[in-house]
Design a protein around this ligand. Structure first.
Ligand code: NAI
Ligand code: MG
Length: 503
């Protein structure tokens, strides 16, 4: 029976503020809630009001060491468990998370400012689905037999890597964590997660729920800042694999540290994803597609956000007008209000960063912006980090708004004259995560799909992450794939060859 500090109930708690307070001040290590060794905590804020909603344990190298030692000790037994049984436990975690989906959705809305109805419920349900999907894949950890020579039986087996360090960001923290830990655990690894300092609470609850099912030490979570807590996790000698989602800058540092240790890494580092719209597309579907592709309901805080939209010239004006009208009709407001479509930016730092891009765009000669929706009028939200969606046209290709990841509700739209120039413009980026093409001419669409530099290309749709669809970028967008069976096999196991000479 799990030992829970007072106030953390076993049953789902739909009072998100009470849950945030109850979860304050803890890491989760070795099957227990524990405070930071230093005794320090830091504040967690509701970005819609600025209020402090709770506190998080401020982790450092001593906490990392405790978590990794616990994970390493647990890993020996966990790896001995039959793979299908590990899978069954992970699937059971999925069912438990599903039963707590509404609670988790409310808590993530409170700490991230994302709207409950349009974003947080979706995230909570996808999380449960990811655990259920990977839970069924235990028996797929298969090796091969190799025709080496008569009388030499040669087989390969898949073995876990050991302790996996997972560093996650704040935009979809539960989902991005699930993509890492579900395959890692089923493959027989144990994990230490370092949560994002902006959103440490919902993932802590996920960890606690899963620890009701998993053996102690298999899944540990630390909160803390990047340099003080994330860096020592990557450096720890017993961490044998690191999986990271976040900025290119930090991803590069993680990769360098991993290189010195000769351990594998998976990096998911964002993007500047193009959307190519042809004049023969289904117009209404494509306009709605632009809204989901750009993740306006997540304030554009998405690694796959369609932040560069290329529209065939005859359709350009009509498309921009229709897109602006639709986004204009979206409601910004209290993330927990069922009427709200669009919530807030995560933190004052990101708020200033996004504002900086917008000012630069507005000051650019020849550029103009459609500013959509309305800031909420509720006085309780006057300190909220709300930014109106901006749709820019007329920006030059060298603009920072076109080249850099803004991670805010800002997209850029350009006309194009032919498929070749659209392709060249789309590929003119340091990133290569995702892309979408909207046309009824599949010959054109498929040709472009093969030539776009991206890890995931979709034609006439732009779905969010799916558990069984491989996901991950090329170029600066990162290294390695997440989701799907292959991600588990290629990134959380190594292949050992065993040869038996029975001549
Ligand atoms: P970040 O890359 O600094 O943070 C992501 C995670 O890395 C957090 O858990 C953070 O604590 C950790 N971290 C930071 N420094 C570290 C270090 N030296 N060693 C180990 N871990 C470290 O991203 P940040 O500052 O939150 O956002 C900045 C920009 O990064 C965003 O504007 C966006 O462009 C991009 N980003 C991309 C994401 C994606 O989904 N690919 C997610 C979040 C941010
Ligand atoms: Mg940072």
């Amino acid at each position: 029976m799990l030992d829970r500090p007072s106030g953390i109930p076993e049953a789902p708690l739909l009072d998100e503020r009470a849950l945030a307070r109850a979860l304050s001040g803890w890491h989760f290590i070795g099957g227990r809630f524990v405070p930071a060794r230093s005794g320090k905590t830091f504040a967690v804020h509701n970005p819609a009001t600025g209020e402090e909603i709770g506190r998080a344990a401020d982790g450092d190298a001593a906490d990392v060491d405790a978590a990794v030692e616990n994970a390493a000790a647990a890993q020996r037994e966990w790896a001995k468990m039959p793979a299908r049984k590990r899978g069954a436990l992970v699937a059971k975690c999925g069912a438990l998370l599903s039963a707590h989906a509404e609670e988790l959705a409310r808590l993530i809305a409170l700490e991230t400012g994302k709207a409950l109805r349009t974003e947080c419920r979706v995230e909570a349900n996808v999380v449960a689905d990811i655990f259920e999907f990977y839970g069924g894949l235990g028996s797929e950890l298969k090796g091969e037999s190799v025709p080496f020579a008569p009388n030499v039986l040669t087989v390969t087996v898949r073995e876990p890597l050991g302790v996996v360090g997972a560093i996650i960001p704040w935009n979809v923290p539960m989902l991005l964590m699930a993509l890492k830990i579900a395959p890692a655990l089923v493959a027989g690894n144990t994990v230490v997660v370092k949560s994002a300092e902006e959103a440490p609470l919902a993932v802590l609850r996920v960890c606690e729920l899963m620890n009701r099912v998993l053996p102690a030490g298999c899944f540990n979570i630390l909160s803390g800042y990047g340099p003080e807590c994330g860096a020592p996790l990557v450096q720890h000698p017993k961490v044998r694999k690191v999986t990271f989602t976040g900025s290119v800058e930090v991803g590069r540092t993680v990769y360098q540290t991993a290189a010195a240790k000769i351990i594998p890494v998976t990096l998911e580092l964002g993007g500047k994803s193009p959307m190519l719209v042809f004049a023969d597309c289904d117009f209404e579907k494509t306009v709605m597609g632009a809204i989901t592709s750009m993740r306006f309901t997540r304030q554009g805080q998405s690694c796959t956000a369609a932040s560069r939209i290329f529209v065939e010239r005859p359709l350009f004006e009509r498309f921009v007008d229709a897109l602006a009208a639709k986004v204009d009709a979206m409601v910004m407001g209290d993330p927990l209000d069922e009427k709200t479509d669009i919530g807030t930016i995560i933190s004052p730092t990101q708020f200033e960063k996004v504002k900086g891009f917008i000012e630069e765009g507005r000051a650019t000669k020849g550029a103009s912006a459609r500013v959509c929706s309305r800031l909420p009028e509720d006085p309780a939200l006057k300190k909220g980090l709300f930014i109106q969606p901006h749709i820019f046209t007329g920006l030059p290709p060298e603009s920072r708004l076109v080249r850099e990841e803004i991670f805010g509700p800002v997209t850029t739209v350009f006309p194009f004259d032919d498929a070749a120039s659209a392709l060249a413009a789309a590929n003119d980026s340091e990133y290569g995560l995702a892309a979408s093409i909207w046309t009824n001419n599949l010959r054109v669409g498929l040709d472009l799909a093969h030539r776009l530099e991206a890890g995931l290309v979709q034609i006439n749709q732009n779905l969010v992450v799916q558990a069984n669809i491989s996901y991950g970028g090329v170029k600066n967008s990162g290294l390695g794939k997440e989701a799907s069976l292959e991600a588990m096999l290629e990134h959380f196991t190594h292949k050992k060859t065993i040869m038996v000479n029975y001549a």
